[in-house]
Design a protein around this ligand. Structure first.
Ligand code: LLP
Length: 433
């Protein structure tokens, strides 16, 4: 079992993170609790910043905020010098409220509403990534109305299958995202963009999926896309100044996961792109990447208090914790695997195999399908690892459960960056009649 970032087991046999004993965090902030290791997040930002860089190539790292988006996180991302990808009015609003420099906010999404587009135009954000022809027309009309020219990229689908869960794969030919490069109408669309009075066409964006371990999918897709850029140049004489390569870098959830070694990969990736571009006689576009999970995933843990255990007639040994699929959706939704530790008895011998489930009224309410642990007792603290990405951001109020608090820890200090919801929050927007 791997301990990430600043996690360690201390002399009391407790799990510690950010220099703080997790049992203290649980006592002080309650459970379920999302805990984020700020040092690891910053180190991950720096890993991308220092390795996605090459002399003679303009590069930019963009944090995909859908993985985890709060005011505090937006501020941290700005401090680390990354740009920000948002995918909804809500994420954009959060970024604006955090004072994120608007020219470094890039707006994605396959069905942005007119209100969302207006918000983006009004804030003069850096790029709008146009998903399809219909959106291009709506955006153009809105820009005309506001007499503002916006910088845009077009999202394309290069048709490369990355080996990942069907729900998070994005580039099969029936994907809802982007315009296929195999559709002959795409050249007309690009020509239209490039000659629009209100849209300043800067280039292309693609994203091949998420939780990807296979480097070759990145190399194959960029080769297809750079060849497509050459075809654009030949067919319609348009240069692509910017290319956003998307994110998707997988992380280790359990010991069997084997993520890409990013520091080595990113350098080879840039070398490869440079080689492709020059061998086709193209000008080097500015390159972007957009990691989300790889920045925050391993930096987060969730702390739960164990309520009871149950051995079923069929032989399954359950641990019941005080959360559930409302704060941990990925196991129910994707069958994702997780691991963890009894945070208050960290080195105790792991003698039994358990299934960890929560309080949700769903048989599919699974947190960990199978884990070896010491025999737990009521009140023990369970830490589930690698919950920093797509947990808080995918949490819900199913069964009218409350969303947990989020705490950032660093050098022995804990900052409550999101308060635990209250019952009052649940009915705040309601009326009786
Ligand atoms: N860029 C675009 C356009 C994206 O759609 C995504 C993720 C990313 C970047 C960041 O991907 P990452 O580096 O985090 O893999 N809820 C799913 C993941 C959905 C990803 C959606 N798009 C999960 O929990 O696995």
């Amino acid at each position: 079992m791997k301990l990430f970032g600043t996690m360690r087991i201390n002399e009391k046999n407790h799990l510690e993170i950010g220099g703080i004993d997790t049992t203290e965090l649980a006592k002080h902030f309650g459970t379920p609790l999302y805990v984020m290791d700020e040092t690891l997040i910053r180190n991950n930002c720096r890993l991308f910043q220092s390795n996605f860089r090459k002399e003679g190539i303009q590069t930019e790292v963009v944090y995909a905020s859908k993985a985890f988006c709060t005011l505090y996180m937006c501020r941290l991302i700005h401090e680390e010098g990354l740009a920000l990808d948002v995918v909804s009015g809500g994420e954009l609003y959060t970024a604006l409220k955090a004072g994120f420099p608007t020219n470094r906010i890039y707006f994605h999404g396959n069905n942005k509403s007119d209100d969302e587009l207006k918000m983006a135009i009004d804030a003069s954000i850096g790029r709008i990534i146009i998903d399809n022809q219909d959106e291009m027309q709506r955006l153009e009309a809105l820009c005309g109305l506001y007499k503002k020219r916006m910088d845009v990229l077009l999202r394309i689908n290069p048709g490369i299958e990355a080996h990942t869960h069907e729900y998070i794969s994005t580039t099969h030919n029936d994907s809802k995202f982007g315009e296929s490069i195999f559709n002959p109408t795409i050249y007309g669309l690009i020509q239209r963009l490039a000659t629009s009075p209100y849209l300043n066409f800067r280039g292309l964006h693609y994203h091949i999926g998420s939780q990807i371990f296979d480097e070759s999918a990145y190399f194959r897709s960029v080769e297809v896309v750079i060849t497509f850029i050459k075809t654009i140049k030949q067919n319609i004489g348009i240069d692509i100044e910017e290319l956003n390569l998307g994110g998707g870098f997988g992380i280790s959830y359990t010991d069997t996961d084997d993520p890409i070694d990013l520091s080595s990969f990113l350098k080879r990736y840039l070398d490869y792109i440079e080689h492709l571009v020059s061998s086709l006689g193209l000008a080097m576009p500015k390159l972007y990447i957009e990691p989300g999970r790889a920045i925050v995933g391993n930096a987060g843990i969730t702390l739960y208090t164990i309520g009871s255990t149950k051995r079923t007639y069929g032989g399954k040994h359950y641990i019941f914790v005080d959360g559930g699929l409302h704060d941990h959706l990925r196991t129910a939704l994707y069958g994702a695997d997780y691991t963890g530790i009894l945070a208050n008895r960290a080195r105790d011998e792991r003698i039994n195999s358990f299934t960890v489930t929560g309080k949700s009224c769903e048989s599919g309410d699974l947190i960990i399908k199978s884990i070896q642990l010491p025999l737990p007792e009521r009140g023990d603290l369970l830490a589930v690892f690698s919950t920093g990405a797509y947990h808080y951001s995918m949490a819900s109020n199913y069964n009218r459960m409350l969303r947990p608090a989020v705490v950032f820890v660093k050098d022995g200090q804990a900052k409550l960056v999101v308060k635990r919801e209250t019952y009052d929050d649940l009915i705040r927007n309601e009326r009786m009649e």
